[in-house]
Design a protein around this ligand. Structure first.
Ligand SMILES: [Zn+2]
Length: 297
């Protein structure tokens, strides 16, 4: 099976230009509120797909360890600079369509502002499900095509695509908005049960953000996020899903090499050989450099 095209943030100053200087304090803090309501109090091992520069990672403090996955090495380097190199964090460069982890490893996962870049969303969701044990929590954020602005534009004839139909809309290259019903159907098909939905960024409108201080917009957003259970008309939607299946007590192996599987033949564990991981069954190799496991080739 060929891999769909990948959105690569290598060399991007996304963290600085979009988050730190881009006037996104409101969006960032509104996400923090959603996460507070959706995250379990504690957990062992969290998988963060599309971790970027680790903006959300400190919010997973209830989990003992976190594996940060991103396709971009430079984003992971920024995450490392922010979070440090320790046993608590594992940095993995990989493609969301080919996650290098053994089945059922994680008891939690998040994917925030990432599905947005997936040309084959169901395939990425299936990869996350495989890496999770039954009963694990998965928090997914997606960009919602059925948002108020898109609806108004469509009704006024300023936009050709319908916000009400289930197919994704690619509004820029490798940037997709999804219909909430489609995402829910994909999650169910991948083996998840949707438990909670919160709508986020109700007030993402430039004039409002200019007029009203961010702290107040954040407070207001926090007060209305629960309405996501009833309808979803915001540009961003958070879902808490749970991996279906029989729950068995499970502790991840302490040896990180046992977390990985060979992407060529599926063998586990991999072996360490100098600055690389090697599959003893088929001799495939992956570089480990500066504390980052690189599974992209
Ligand atoms: Zn192999």
């Amino acid at each position: 099976m060929t891999t769909p095209p990948i959105c690569d943030y290598t060399g991007s100053d996304y963290q600085t230009s979009f988050w730190e200087q881009g006037g996104r304090e409101y969006e960032d803090r509104a996400e923090a509120i959603a996460l507070r309501h959706l995250l379990p109090k504690s957990g062992k091992l969290m998988l963060e797909v599309g971790a970027g520069a680790g903006r959300n990672t400190p919010r997973y403090a209830g989990f003992e360890r976190v594996a940060l996955v991103d396709y971009s090495l430079t984003q992971l380097e920024q995450a490392q600079a922010r979070l440090g190199r320790s046993d608590r964090y594992l940095y993995v460069a990989a493609d969301a369509y080919r996650l290098p982890f053994v089945d059922g490893l994680f008891d939690g996962a998040t994917m925030i502002r990432t599905l947005h870049h997936m040309a084959d969303a169901p395939r990425a969701l299936a990869q996350v499900r495989s890496a999770l044990q039954p009963g694990a929590v998965f928090i997914l954020e997606f960009a919602n095509k059925q948002n108020m602005k898109a609806i108004l534009r469509y009704l006024l004839g300023q936009q050709t695509w319908s916000p009400f139909t289930r197919e994704p809309v690619e509004f820029a290259a490798l940037n997709f908005d999804f219909h909430p019903a489609a995402v829910k159907a994909w999650l169910t098909e991948a083996g998840f049960r949707v438990e909670k939905t919160r709508t986020v960024s109700h007030f993402r409108l430039a004039p409002l953000k200019r007029l009203i201080p961010a702290w107040l917009l954040v407070r207001l957003d926090g007060l209305v996020q629960w309405t996501g259970a009833l309808w979803q008309l915001t540009p961003s939607v958070f879902v808490r899903a749970r991996a279906k299946g029989e729950v068995v007590a499970h502790t991840p192996p302490t040896d990180v090499l046992r977390w990985f599987k060979c992407l060529s033949c599926g063998h586990t564990p991999l072996e360490r050989s100098g600055e690389a991981l090697v599959c003893p069954a088929c001799a495939a190799r992956w570089i480990v450099q500066g504390g980052i496991y690189d599974f992209r080739q």
